[in-house]
Design a protein around this ligand. Sequence first.
Ligand code: MGD
Ligand code: MGD
Ligand code: MO
Length: 698
Amino acid sequence: MPVYTTACPRNCYSTCTLRVEVQDGRVRRIEGHRGNRATPEGPCLKGLSYAERVHSPERILHPLRRTAGGSFARVGWDEALDELTQRLQEVRTRHGPRSVLYYSASGTKGLMNRVGADFWRLFGGYTTTYGDLCWPAGLEATRLTLGANKHNAPWDLENAGLIVFWGKNAAETNIHQGVFADRAMRRGAKVVVVDPRRTQTAEGAHLLLQPRPGSDGALALAVARLLVERGAVDRPFVERHVKGYAEYEASLAPYTPAWAAETCGIPEHQVRELAELVATSGPVSINAGYGMQRYANSGQTIRAILTLLVLTGNIGKPGAGWIFADLQSHLFDDVKDPLAFFPPERDDGVARVSISTARLGEGILAQRDPPVRFLWVERGNPVTQNPDTHRVLEAIRSLDFRVVVEQFLTDTAAEADLVLPAKTLFEQTDVIGAYWHPYVQLKQKILEPPGEVRPESEIYWALAERLGIPLSDREGVLPAPGDAEVSAYLERYLAPFPELTLERLAQGPVIAPGHQEVAFSDFVFPTPSGKIELRSEEAVERWGVDPLPGWAPPADREALGLPVRDDGERGAPDPARRDVEWLHFLTPNTKNRIHSQFNNLATIRALSPGPFLQMHPKDAAARGIVPGDRVRIWNDRGELEAPVRLDRGIRPGCVAMTNGWWITEGGTVNVLSPAAETDMGYGAAFHETRVRVGLAPR
Ligand SMILES: Nc1nc2c(c(=O)[nH]1)N[C@H]1C(S)=C(S)[C@@H](COP(=O)(O)OP(=O)(O)OC[C@H]3O[C@@H](n4cnc5c(=O)[nH]c(N)nc54)[C@H](O)[C@@H]3O)O[C@H]1N2
Ligand SMILES: Nc1nc2c(c(=O)[nH]1)N[C@H]1C(S)=C(S)[C@@H](COP(=O)(O)OP(=O)(O)OC[C@H]3O[C@@H](n4cnc5c(=O)[nH]c(N)nc54)[C@H](O)[C@@H]3O)O[C@H]1N2
Ligand SMILES: [Mo]
């Protein structure tokens, strides 16, 4: 039986290398690949469930056209493409090409993803979104401080003396990291978890801190103050490599442990314990998650946390460092380029980058000259994943025509006039990077697309032909249909890197050229000053924040359009009272799903049949809620109903429901989230969500 080497392209830290056995056109077996030092144990349950996913009877295998009655009917490709061509020509003539919104998100990684934007350029122009739902506040805060987003290789974690999982639930979202953390623990390393929820990651940790959501910056500043007090600052390191230290040290005066304890709602001795561990248990590795940077203050929060490593000289050394995102394998996309995230409104005369992903609904509705009339969605599920679902739906429904390229009939696909079938990972070759490990990988094609499925690049080629885009314009820009054409296309991008040939990549993962195993071990920091910047002028110029990392309450209720409480509370909520009635609604990720993907499969559904609300028994008791109850969760944007699960592991005042559920599976959490941006990078402040909870009406 043939066994192929390929890789999982999901938006996930692990980006596993896979060995896949195929027989008679079906996936028989999926295993790990020893060539990937970061993921040798092999894939998670999601990876194994590809055997079900790619052959699922629910996959969309041919174009679907909405009928007058509102349901979908199968249509042939010729009919679909003819209508598309006619509608695109019409909308271009009437409103100009930029009345087309090209929306793509993180459904799959790959170099081939660039084909979409290149097609829309040939079309004459388009409108698209700026910012990102996932990680930009942290990327930007890291770039401002260190100059680049890179970190030590995953296996270097074994050398750590202290591992802090700060707002990162690695046990669920980066399961392979646990192997290295366990090895470090066997060698005596201590583990600290900072998370309002007691997660699986906290099992076995030496210290768990459960601060109020969005208060981590305050904690970090107080820890910094304690580090200064106890003489834990690495003075030679700071003198040589850091800009703005003296000013920063002076700024710490107000941040006493007592103030932090009050602000974060945790015992003061925990603040001190954390400082003590950072001072005494190095090398210190801080693994900062993405959940924590989904607040209106999170860029500044990330700067404040990263500072703890800077003060103590825990940068550029084995076992130490800042583990947020390692972009060393990102050779073919622009995520390292600050312009990928700002300035917000960009227009090169062809592409107009003018709608905030975090405010997709209102952005579409507000767009003028020309307005958005036509929507093309691929690799994204904005109806469930972007903030403020009701506005997103309103905006999508206001358009003349909607196309969604999808594998399954998601909530977004269900809004389309035309659904085009999408390939899965096994059905077209691509080259992918990762953001936790340093490998470049070949995601090899191992199956022919089933039914009438065509990879996006082939859809674009066929459309370009029909739209009369001359072959001479297409050549070298879009790959023509065919496996050899795809290979030639990929080879052109690989050409500058002699280490990266398709033949070599077909054998297994290859470490990115120029990879630094211990990031910043050369102490080169590509910031404006060439030093680590505690003081950043760029932060002021680009984002209007303080030049030093500081802390402000996460959100101003009115600014976020959150309800102002009846008792007259206005502006920043009073930390002492705000948790009483309105609860923080956290919407983290979960083990057996990648956002809105996988839960439609029987294998996964058996483990997670539907959404539930995690709630502390105290908050439940205050509302007359008992185990087994169904609750209503609401605010002025929307409401949801779900069974409640009482859990002493969640901080009182917080409730949590994992994101990714479809409306048809019980409701998306984003009906409740505000269309609000993070302070840096145009991220989405999903966790700035307050809700009320009560018994669901019977
Ligand atoms: N409330 C709340 N909301 C969140 C978050 C949160 O923490 N809380 N997290 C946010 C984050 S971090 C992220 S990254 C986003 C993720 O949200 P999205 O970027 O929208 O990603 P997914 O839900 O993973 O996948 C979107 C779709 O891509 C499709 N897809 C997969 N492969 C392909 C392909 O090859 N071609 C095409 N055409 N389609 C494909 C899948 O079937 C899926 O329906 O969600 C965000 N939303
Ligand atoms: N299995 C699985 N793995 C994934 C994904 C997935 O959907 N499923 N998604 C991938 C993607 S796209 C992403 S972005 C990453 C996300 O990976 P993580 O960063 O681990 O993701 P989250 O689950 O969003 O958030 C982590 C933790 O942050 C906590 N948190 C929320 N607010 C705060 C706060 O104010 N302070 C602190 N200290 N903690 C807080 C939450 O309770 C949660 O436990 O995972 C990637 N890996
Ligand atoms: Mo993400």
